[in-house]
Design a protein around this ligand. Structure first.
Ligand code: UD1
Length: 421
């Protein structure tokens, strides 16, 4: 298995290009199921989760062509040979549940393996199912699979979500674009990735308004054409590099992203003492003074994203005083804490709150990545630690960060990927 080796202590300096957002690319790729015509999607990040998504589309009978050098994917959706997303693929990527909406809309039937447990919590899909039921789908659980049928096709409906779930909003949106009549998703997620999905669907001829707000209105159309879309930048990747720059007392510019994608994260970085400047297409975080402690609470957009919590916790280990993180989105999302403690951090957990005492000197150690964003927090901490940090189980990292070690090397970091001996 591969590992990452980091020798900490080098100030990161320079510019890094931000890839397309994983969490936008996945639903957008699944949306291609909605059309029989060919789709072309650009600015696709090169990630393990993208490969899994293509395998799911292949399993459904779509033909996918990944032009790696161009970061582009062409999809021929003319033949839909199957309506089943198999366990072996859903097991490795829960977002496969996003085939439900498009398959029910195009074919009136969908089968997806139940995702099962996940490292960061139970992550049920009840909101997805109840929204699709409002449009006329009926679900049964059979042999570990969710089997959905819309006998008379989907009908436009009002779909109030109990919580602004990102995935449930995406499934409801992708189903509603081909449903008969008008739909309204209430208490919808407002994340930029929802806006990007709506833009991608609009390029297919979908009639959508209100995305980015809690009420999304959709008027169903009979047929959709092929998609032409370029995926929006990855705000989580961008925030990860900004944290990496500040923890090393350096200065990092993330290229290809507008500050509006990062507002809550930038507010926190400013409060910690980072100097933030931006252009239309870039954001820079520069270390000027010792960092201040800060309190954050994760919440749906525009609040502080749960996907950035672990990376900010690493940064807090080097801030003066006691910082607090309250995680309100997922249970069990502090698995990076014992690993950060191995590097010398002082962190206490009480329920869904973590108290981080800083600044404490970190020293390199062997640590284990437990999930995607936890892996990123270990890299950030390793960059500030004295000596060598070895991160194991980095396959988690490869699900969501494109060539992170190469991008960090470009900023001056001493980091390498090696085979574990
Ligand atoms: C997406 C992101 C993930 C991010 C999360 C929150 C993708 C591929 N993944 O995940 O990186 O951390 O949004 O911003 O885009 N819930 C239910 N029932 C449901 C659906 C959700 O109880 O049917 C709960 C979840 O358990 C969780 C909360 O709602 O506690 C938010 O989940 P949700 O917004 O749906 O996250 P995902 O779409 O799974």
């Amino acid at each position: 298995m591969e590992i990452l080796k980091i020798v900490g202590g080098t100030k990161l300096k320079g510019e890094v290009s931000i890839s397309g957002a994983k969490n936008a690319a996945l639903p957008i790729l699944f949306a291609s199921i909605l059309s029989e015509e060919p789709s072309i999607i650009k600015n696709i990040p090169l990630l393990a989760d993208i490969n899994t998504t293509l395998k799911v589309l292949d399993a459904l009978g779509l033909k996918t062509f990944f032009k790696l050098e161009d970061h582009a994917i062409e999809i021929d959706g003319s033949e839909l040979a199957s309506i089943e997303a198999p366990y072996e693929l859903v097991r490795t990527m829960r977002a496969s549940v996003l085939v439900l909406g498009p398959l029910l809309a195009r074919q009136g039937e969908a089968k997806v393996s139940l995702p099962g447990g996940c490292a960061i919590g139970a992550r049920p899909v009840d909101f997805h199912l109840s929204a699709l039921e409002k449009m006329g789908a009926e679900f049964k659980i059979e042999s570990g699979y969710i089997h959905g049928v819309a006998k008379n096709g989907l009908k436009g409906a009002v779909m109030p979500l109990p919580f602004p779930s990102v995935g449930a909003t995406e499934n409801a949106l992708m189903a509603a674009v081909l449903a008969e009549g008008v739909s309204e998703i209430q208490n919808a997620a407002c994340e930029p990735e929802i806006v990007d999905l709506a833009n991608a669907l609009r390029s297919m001829g979908a009639d959508i308004s209100g995305e980015g707000s809690p009420t999304i209105r959709i008027t169903g159309v009979k047929k959709l054409k092929g998609m032409r879309h370029s995926v929006a930048p990855d705000r989580v990747e961008a925030a990860t590099f900004l944290c990496a720059g500040l923890i090393t007392q350096g200065c990092v510019t993330v290229q290809g992203i507008n500050e509006s994608y990062l507002s809550s994260a930038l507010d926190v970085l400013k409060e910690m003492g980072g100097k933030i400047s931006s252009t239309e297409n870039s954001v820079t975080a520069e270390y000027l003074t010792p960092l201040h402690s800060v309190n954050i609470e994760t919440s749906p957009f525009p609040g502080f994203p749960t996907d950035m919590q672990a990376q900010f916790m690493a940064l807090m280990t080097q801030a003066n005083g006691s910082s607090q993180i309250k995680e309100t989105i997922f249970e069990n999302r502090f698995m990076h804490v014992p690993e950060l403690i191995r590097l010398g951090a002082r962190i206490k957990i009480h329920g869904n709150e973590a108290m981080v005492e800083g600044p404490l000197p970190l020293s390199g150690a062997i640590v284990m990545a437990t999930d995607l964003r936890a892996s990123a927090s270990l890299i950030i901490a390793g960059l500030a630690a004295k000596g060598e940090t070895v991160i194991r189980r980095i396959y988690h990292l490869d699900r969501g960060y494109e060539q992170i070690e190469k991008k960090l090397q470009g900023l001056g970091a001493q980091i390498s990927r090696e085979l574990e001996k």
